[in-house]
Design a protein around this ligand. Structure first.
Ligand code: SF4
Length: 717
């Protein structure tokens, strides 16, 4: 029987159809090692992907049976080997540790670090356990490293989180402005849809802003290879020209926004000569970009990590939204500021309260009415939810360093590779009193620092909902059994909650009941999903929110937010920001003369827990390379030969040894390293050995995209 589901890799959220390995009259479908595996193809009926699928989605079942964790494992200290234990022993030990740490450190001594790989039911149950029952807001997720600046930017400028656009806008726009996103490699199906539209319509323009000439930039009409950290200068420079040329929407600005006069005072300070010099681009290119913005009826912006992973990430996002507000490019067909999420269900996490400062239904912990609404829904006494945001991901690492965190529970993610300043992260993990690693896979770099390892079931082995970047919710059904004794993440969280005495709060018979409770908390909010249920999603297929209770028509795509030009702020107006750029937290200098930028490669996914086991993908990128411009290569004495060239990249925090790729795709003065290789996959080649943890003060998202390095030629190790 064919099952319809969602690709569990990136936030594009492509629909998949999976079929059992054996089909009548056909040979059994097998992976490269001869294991029978489920077949995968794109789901033509899925509104977001229309049957398209990239190499990751197409090969997903080649990895899901490899390196699986089947049983709980326990050890008393990190120098001991693990021993297999029963779930009973594992959960008893975990709840004993939680009780102990609650007494020694208080509730805030407990932290959980989750993942955009969670289904919404996992997210909801986890944050309910921490925020509602244990009384700490220390639940954060790896989405903090991915899109928390987008969340903060939307909230501050528009009054609420939630991307206002949809994928249909990719085919309706006159001008696509892609900034800080290598969409072709990282969100391939979004890029396919945009690229087709761009190719078919000569008048449609594509501007790409990126220090690297990526595949995305190659397809653009205009590529602005700005110096890292000058995004705000560039966008203010575009706004300056639009103002000078009178190309702004006065009626929209007057009726729907506030703060425009103050914004004008800021952008007046960005004349083209200054901006071009700061950004390292030509003045006529800056003017061309402004002209495309000014002449287009519908401008759609796409962005991801290049904007978000910055010590001024929120300011960058808000400056981009300023451009949209100035030109009235929001709430209409083919236009708007559209954040692309990295992970498959980072959006579901945002809806379900999956970060340390938010609560379900796009509520925030600082707001007393929001806390009261959630406490009431959970049947908890008033004042139970802490009014202060909990620790963000990096703050949890700092808490391990100082001993303020007594229990660190990691689920479905691999911070021993993905956190900034990885040597400092690893030292902090070594100091941890008790670390739990709950994952589908073993070994992982993080499991090497755990005392207790819990086996989780994953995609295809549990039923749950996921929301993609365009707010389309898809039910992902279980179609095969989990290996060994693995359990769904939400079941593990609920079991711990019940053992801690919260029987009633975690009395869920199945994931559908969890989802039902969750959607009730979204009623009348911007992210209103109260009309959804597992049953409805199963019967009707993917549905886009807002989907309030009572809305019975199945709308699976094409919905936009703010089409009435009324924003969810106190006065209904969107807020101009008007930021000046502070630049990079760690700019290049005499001792560290290059700016390192990090990123992703087509095919690979995060820390390779899955994609590292797929031959088709590992053949494309068998090892990490440091990209350097030919001019810099010459300065460094690196000459292209048939032999491998090696360098050591050094920052103030650590070093990485890599092969070199000399390419004009990277701007002079900048080098690039992919972020996928942790200690299990390559010796000494971790991008995060070099990065620093300085983060955006508003979103707490670290500046993983840029740090200063020196490059030293070395012999092949
Ligand atoms: Fe999966 Fe993203 Fe590829 Fe779509 S674009 S198939 S969601 S990895």
């Amino acid at each position: 029987m064919t099952e319809k589901t969602l690709c569990p890799y990136c936030g594009v959220g492509c629909g998949l159809e999976v079929l059992p390995p054996a089909q009548p009259g056909k040979s059994v479908h097998r992976d490269s090692e001869g294991n029978p595996i489920w077949q995968v193809r794109g789901d033509r009926a899925h509104p977001s992907s229309k049957g398209m699928v990239c190499v990751k989605g197409a090969t997903i079942t080649e990895s899901t049976h490899k390196n699986r964790l089947k049983y709980p494992l326990l050890r008393d200290s990190l120098d001991q080997p693990f021993r297999r234990v029963s779930w009973e022993e594992a959960l008893t030990r975990l709840t004993d540790e939680i009780k102990k740490v609650s007494l020694t450190h208080g509730a805030d001594g407990i932290c959980m670090y989750g993942s955009g790989q969670f289904q919404t039911e996992d997210y909801y149950t986890a944050q309910k356990l921490l925020k509602g029952c244990l009384g700490t807001n220390n639940f954060d997720a790896n989405s903090r490293l991915c899109m928390s600046s987008a969340v903060a930017g939307y909230m501050q400028s528009l009054g609420s989180d939630g991307p206002p656009c949809c994928y249909d806008d990719l085919e309706q726009t006159d001008c696509a402005f892609l900034i800080g996103t290598n969409t072709a490699d990282c969100h391939p199906i979004v890029f396919n849809r945009l690229r087709k539209h761009h190719k078919r319509n000569r008048d449609v323009k594509m501007i790409v802003v990126d220090p690297r000439k990526t595949k995305t930039a190659e397809a653009a009409d205009l590529h602005l290879a700005i110096k890292p950290g000058t995004d705000i200068d560039l966008m203010n420079g575009i706004a300056h020209l639009l103002l000078r040329w009178g190309k702004f929407e006065s009626i929209f600005i007057d009726e729907c926004t506030k703060g425009f006069p103050e914004f004008v005072e800021v952008i007046k300070q960005y004349p083209p000569e200054l901006v071009a010099r700061k950004c390292g681009i030509r003045i006529d290119h800056l003017e061309e970009a402004a002209q495309y913005w000014g002449d287009s009826e519908r401008v759609l912006s796409l962005w991801s990590m290049g904007m978000n992973q910055s010590s001024e990430g929120t300011a960058k996002v808000r400056t981009l939204i300023d451009l949209h507000l100035m030109t009235g490019n929001i709430g209409k067909l083919g236009a708007g500021p559209f954040s692309l999420t990295g992970q498959p269900n980072a959006m579901g996490g945002r809806e379900a309260g999956g970060l340390a400062h938010i609560l379900p239904g796009y509520r925030v912990v600082k707001n007393p009415q929001h806390r009261a609404a959630v406490e009431q829904a959970w049947g908890l006494p008033e004042g139970r939810i802490n009014p202060n945001p909990g620790r963000d991901g990096w703050d949890m690492i700092r808490g391990l360093e100082t001993g303020e965190v007594g229990l660190f529970w990691v689920a479905a993610t691999n911070p021993a590779v993905s956190m900034p300043d990885i040597e400092r992260t690893k030292k902090a993990l070594l100091k941890s009193n008790f670390t739990v690693c709950q994952d589908a896979y073993y070994p992982t770099e993080t499991a090497g620092y755990a005392h207790l390892v819990l086996p989780a079931s994953q995609w295809g082995e549990k039923t749950g909902a996921m929301t993609n970047s365009e707010r389309v919710v898809t039910l992902c059904p279980a179609f095969r059994n989990p290996p060994g004794e693995a359990k769904a993440d939400w079941e593990i969280f609920a079991a711990v909650g019940r053992r801690l005495g919260f029987e009633k709060e975690f009395n869920f018979a199945n994931a559908a009941e969890v989802y039902q409770e969750f959607v009730g908390l979204t009623r009348d909010r911007v992210c209103d999903l109260s009309g959804l249920s597992h049953q409805r999603l199963r019967e009707e297929g993917p549905i886009q929110w807002p989907c309030p209770e009572g809305e019975t028509e199945t709308i699976s795509s094409g919905k936009r937010l703010y089409t009435n030009l009324h924003f969810p702020t106190a006065d209904g107006r969107a807020n101009f920001a008007g930021y000046h750029s502070r630049g990079l937290a760690e700019p290049e200098d005499e001792n560290y003369p290059y700016v390192l930028t990090t990123g992703r490669l087509y095919g690979h996914w995060h820390t390779q827990t899955r994609t590292g086991n797929i031959p088709k993908i590992t053949k494309m990128h068998p090892y990490p390379e440091l990209e350097v411009h030919p001019r810099d290569a010459k300065k460094l004495g690196l000459e292209e030969t048939k032999e491998e060239i090696w360098v050591e990249a050094r920052s103030r925090r650590g070093k990485a040894r890599l092969r070199v790729k000399i390419t004009k795709a990277i701007a002079p003065g900048t080098v690039f390293i992919p972020m996928h290789w942790g200690a299990l996959w390559a010796d000494d080649a971790e991008a995060n050995a070099l990065t620093h943890p300085e983060s955006c003060p508003s979103s707490k998202q670290p500046e993983l995209k840029a740090c200063a390095v020196q490059i030293i030629p070395i012999n092949k190790p």
